[in-house]
Design a protein around this ligand. Structure first.
Ligand SMILES: C[S@@+](CC[C@H](N)C(=O)[O-])C[C@H]1O[C@@H](n2cnc3c(N)ncnc32)[C@H](O)[C@@H]1O
Length: 248
């Protein structure tokens, strides 16, 4: 299948509000490149899964400088991976396997999923996890690569349940690579019960968070992120995104 790299160039001085307005396009993770007087956000997808130029113009408004669509026949994931580095959040550092780092780093292969630890919402969740006292079971709703679940297991929660619509093999591989045990379950958290746990971490979008919170039993402690600042009440905000620590 042909995949496209969609590049959206916006004026540097309007890059942050433009990023927030482009949320529906970039929420699954975007590359960010600073160019001369501009910032380029890039994402990948099948041609019919990417939004039309008209929609991008509508979302980006006057900040838009240009749109590019580059076919990537093979190796598209590798192209995306080349932009991932080592990121830190509190005392934790996350890096992909091909980036050099320290022995204690969480080594997470993002595969084709969101979740190299690079997104600000993932880092907010990692920071908030480190402010809690690990105790008992934890469930990660929307685990992606498993980065938050692996971090939770490393910090001392057990058992740790990693939940996503699919992607169990990648999560299992990342758990093995970090020497932690995780239990993956394929589950739509907006529709069916996930394994119950007193602590939940959920890096989803605001609509999904609301839907999941209506369906799942209320945990004692929940870290929620993936929403834009202003969409939900936040404990912490950064770069236009919010994260909340909720206690029953
Ligand atoms: C924003 S990513 C977060 C990934 C990872 N937790 C992180 O912080 O890097 C959201 C994840 O939620 C998953 N997801 C989306 N809708 C879901 C649903 N209804 N039930 C379970 N997982 C879902 C997506 O597949 C994706 O992996």
């Amino acid at each position: 299948m042909t995949l496209l790299r969609l590049g959206i160039r916006v004026r540097a001085e309007e890059a942050e509000p433009a990023y927030a307005r482009l949320h529906e396009v970039l929420a699954a993770g975007a590359q960010v490149r600073e160019l001369d007087g501009a910032v380029e956000y890039a994402t990948y997808g099948a041609p019919d899964a990417l939004p039309a130029d008209a929609r991008l113009r509508e979302l980006a408004g006057d900040a838009l400088l240009g749109i590019s669509r580059t076919p990537l026949a093979d190796g598209w994931a590798t192209a995306y991976h080349a932009h991932l580095g080592r990121v830190t959040a509190g005392a934790l550092a996350v890096r992909p396997p091909w980036v050099p780092g320290e022995p204690d780093d969480l080594v997470i292969d993002p595969g084709d999923s969101f979740g190299g630890g690079h997104h600000v919402t993932t880092r907010l969740c990692l920071e908030l996890l480190q402010e809690l006292e690990p105790s008992g079971a934890l469930c990660d709703w929307g685990t992606g690569s498993g980065v938050l679940a692996v971090a939770a297991a490393r910090l001392g929660w057990a058992p740790v349940y990693a939940i996503d619509l699919d992607g169990g093999e990648l999560v299992a591989a990342n758990a093995r690579a970090n020497g932690v045990g995780l239990e993956f379950a394929g589950c739509d958290v907006a529709r069916e019960p996930a394994p119950a746990a007193p602590t939940v971490v959920a890096n989803l979008t605001a609509p999904l968070l609301r839907a999941a919170m209506a369906v799942q039993p209320r945990p004692q402690v929940m870290i929620a992120s993936g929403f834009l600042a202003g969409e939900m009440e936040a404990t912490r905000e950064r770069d236009g995104w919010g994260a909340a620590l909720l206690c029953a």
